[in-house]
Design a protein around this ligand. Structure first.
Ligand SMILES: Cc1cc2nc3c(=O)[nH]c(=O)nc-3n(C[C@H](O)[C@H](O)[C@H](O)COP(=O)(O)O)c2cc1C
Length: 179
């Protein structure tokens, strides 16, 4: 299967991107293909129009759309900012909604430096995914204390977290395979 991870922190000193790297490593290790659409590289301006209505969409934007269309599933990864998803991810969803990820099975992964792992953002994100007629899986990946469980290269450093990641990806890939 082909899975795309949307990594949505655009801070230079971001920590949540570690989760994108770890998820991609693990999916590849399981014999599937995974890639990242990184919102730092996409450099998407604040919402102007839906993707389908942009006549001259080229470059990174078209690449992101095609990558998602060709994916069996997508994982939205976001840090929790003020109790919600990153504004970059919301902007991205508004642009590509009901188009590139229409009807796709979507995993929710959230991050915070504290113990709660961005659970408030996770629940909001599930609701948003339903609003754009895609399919969030019930099991979410909430990653607390992210620096203690994944290193900068995406290597998992905590046995407990590895189990949590395995459980999430097991559920997610099984969900995707049923589509
Ligand atoms: C604007 C902003 C808002 C934040 N709001 C929350 C929050 O509501 N809950 C929380 O647990 N952490 C919050 N944090 C801390 C983040 O969990 C922490 O900075 C995390 O590293 C963010 O992910 P990133 O490094 O990938 O951007 C906030 C951080 C920022 C920069």
């Amino acid at each position: 299967m082909n899975i795309t991870v949307i990594s949505s922190s655009t801070r230079k000193a971001r920590r949540s991107h570690r989760v994108a790297l770890a998820v991609v490593r693990q999916i590849n290790a399981l014999g599937h293909q995974a890639s990242i659409v990184d919102l730092i590289e996409l450099d998407l301006p604040p919402f102007v129009e839906r993707y389908g209505k942009i006549d001259d969409a080229t470059g990174q934007l078209a690449h992101a759309a095609n990558t998602m269309r060709n994916s069996d599933g997508i994982i939205f990864l976001t840090p929790e900012y003020n109790g919600s998803m990153s504004s970059g991810l919301k902007n991205f969803i508004d642009v590509f909604a009901k188009d590139a990820f229409d009807g796709k099975p979507i995993g929710v992964a959230t991050v915070s430096v504290g113990a709660a792992g961005g659970i408030r953002a996770a629940y909001q994100l599930q609701q948003t995914i339903l609003s754009v007629l895609a399919y969030p899986i019930p099991r979410m990946l909430t990653v607390g204390n992210v620096e203690k469980v994944i290193d900068e290269s995406g290597q998992v450093t905590s046995h407990k977290f590895q189990t949590k990641l395995d459980e999430f990806l097991g559920s997610y890939l099984s969900f995707v395979s049923k589509f």
